[in-house]
Design a protein around this ligand. Sequence first.
Ligand SMILES: O=c1ccn([C@H]2C[C@H](O)[C@@H](COP(=O)(O)OP(=O)(O)OP(=O)(O)O)O2)c(=O)[nH]1
Ligand SMILES: [Mg+2]
Length: 146
Amino acid sequence: MTTVEIRRLPHNQDLPLPAYETEGAAGMDLRAAEPVTLKPGARHLVPTGIAIALPQGFEAQVRPRSGLAVKHGVTVLNSPGTIDCDYRGEVKVPLINHGEADFMIARGDRIAQMVIAPVTRIGWQEVDRLDETARGAGGFGSSGHR
Ligand SMILES: O=c1ccn([C@H]2C[C@H](O)[C@@H](COP(=O)(O)OP(=O)(O)OP(=O)(O)O)O2)c(=O)[nH]1
Ligand SMILES: [Mg+2]
């Protein structure tokens, strides 16, 4: 198992660290480090009270929790958010309330999830012509929808 350094920030000496909630969970749930009420249509950058140092070759993706989306219309605005491996600031979650009711977040609530994923970095080889394929330039529904 890969071990990753994590730091609790001064305003968070008490919240549980992000954790896998089940044995097969892909993501670790992130908790709000401060309470906030999201009015319908409102967005807010919610602090999580943690900072991490991912090893080179990894990223963390900040993704919505489906329960919040389905039940309340609350989702991660920039989903999937990208935490770069050289970022040492606080992990924050830009939430938006697409629902019709106020959404109350208490300190410690699980508001999103973070999936650690490998990253491939590439270099470009600029060319005048790309190889030919069956698809060619077809896209955006070119193959139909049935
Ligand atoms: O949901 C997110 C997305 C990003 N970040 C942090 C970590 C990431 O490494 C940094 C920059 O994110 P991104 O590259 O998506 O934002 P940007 O608008 O391109 O800012 P920058 O110019 O700082 O790269 O912000 C978060 O805490 N939460
Ligand atoms: Mg960026």
